[in-house]
Design a protein around this ligand. Structure first.
Ligand SMILES: Cc1ncc(COP(=O)(O)O)c(C=O)c1O
Length: 384
């Protein structure tokens, strides 16, 4: 029996492991069965009901890491996000949403909310007062993403949770960039925490998954919708994710240590016009970061001056991969205007500050000096 307040690394390694009662193996067996005995059995198990042994136990691990009561594992981050939004919002309802969010989330809202009869307001001003000013009598959800993708903007999590509670409105956060290693929004009063588990939870760029944690009551409501939409993750991927999450804390800590060094290096570099990283004193929300984050994460963005063409820079990298997605142990860089946010209009891109000179840098675990060397040599090659 483990003591009550166990550490994050212990949760990662042990909580939610499936015990191998037959052979006593040290790692979880995989239950790939899609067919379970139903006679006198409760619950009735079926993968789309999110209740196979591997699914249930991994949800416990993620809930424990986020200090939540319960959770569900989805087939992708977008499956998690869309299920949460459609659980919280019905025809005639209104949502207040942070303007700076992952492009896919924004595309989901802009492409589908109106056809479901759901109204929404994006707020560019990220103060809690601005969120409050957007509220309507029919507002049922406040949705934030902090740090945001790709500009690393921050929202005061505690203030948003307080606003939601004072008005009886559900609050949800996309905690993908931070992970529970860096911030635990449930402890600050947020109702629902969402992850693209494709990112740090998976950590090796080989799993697409999503996760939602919250109170048991909210997770039960979510389950009611999710089992009908059918966005569960296959048990093999669930098993891979449980294995990957054993190293979550040590990976994120190593990546963020590198990111802090790389952000300072880039900020001083003459080719770099701006660096966006909450750990830098120059970041407008650096003080807020110190209060709500433990560390500053491993994602940063930077802008090159015009005489360093971005595509040519990315093509000249030898070690850092110019590839989509983020948060793997290997460093990657992308142009958000051509990838994660490509579906946004020119006006929206401008409003979020996403220029064609902007590069999003997902810092990996490689040796810091090798990353710096790679950036230096690529800048030398691409300079006009
Ligand atoms: C912050 C954030 N949230 C959600 C998603 C969507 O996750 P997925 O690609 O797993 O559906 C992404 C994907 O890049 C993301 O960066």
């Amino acid at each position: 029996m483990l003591k009550k307040n166990i550490g994050m690394n212990t949760i990662c390694t042990h909580t939610g492991a499936v015990e191998d009662v037959v052979f006593g193996g040290a790692v979880s067996p995989i239950y790939m069965s899609t067919s379970y005995d139903f006679i006198d059995k409760s619950p009735k198990r079926y993968p789309r009901y999110f209740n196979t042994p591997n699914q249930e136990l991994l949800a416990k691990k993620i809930a424990a890491l986020e200090a939540a009561e319960a959770g569900l594992i989805f087939s992708s981050g977008m499956a998690a996000i869309s299920n949460v939004m459609l659980m919280a919002l019905k025809s005639g309802d209104h949502a207040v949403i942070q303007n700076d969010i992952y492009g896919g989330t924004r595309n989901f809202i802009e492409s589908h909310f109106r056809s479901y009869g759901i109204d929404y307001s994006f707020t560019k001003d990220l103060t809690s007062k601005a969120f409050k000013d957007c509220l309507k009598t029919n507002t049922k959800l406040i949705y934030i993403e902090t740090p945001s993708n790709p500009m690393l903007k921050l929202v005061d999590i505690f203030a948003i949770a307080k606003l939601g509670k004072s008005k009886g409105i559900l609050t949800a956060i996309d905690n993908t960039f931070a992970t529970p290693v860096i911030q635990k929004p449930i402890t600050l009063g947020i109702d629902i925490v969402i992850h693209s588990a494709t990112k740090y939870f998976g950590g090796h760029s080989d799993i697409t998954a999503g996760a939602v944690v919250s109170s048991q009551k909210i997770v039960d409501n979510l389950w009611d919708l999710a089992k009908d939409f059918g966005g569960n993750l296959s048990d093999f991927s669930v098993w891979m994710l449980e294995r990957s999450m054993k190293t979550l804390v040590i990976r994120v800590k190593a990546q963020q240590k590198n990111a802090k060094k790389l952000a300072s290096f880039l900020e001083k570099h003459p080719a770099v016009a701006a660096v966006y990283y909450p750990g830098l004193k120059s970041h407008p929300n650096h003080d807020l970061a110190k209060t709500q984050m433990r560390g500053y994460g491993a994602m940063l963005s930077f802008e090159l001056y015009e005489n360093y063409p971005v595509l040519s820079f990315l093509n000249s990298l030898n070690l850092i991969k110019p590839s989509m997605s983020l948060a793997g142990v290997e460093s990657t860089m992308i142009m958000p205007s051509k990838t994660s946010h490509a579906l946004l209009s020119k006006t929206d891109l401008k409003a979020q500050g996403i220029s064609d000179q902007l590069i999003r840098f997902s810092v990996g675990i490689e040796s810091k000096k090798d990353l710096i060397y790679d950036i230096e040599q690529a800048l030398n090659v691409c300079k006009k």
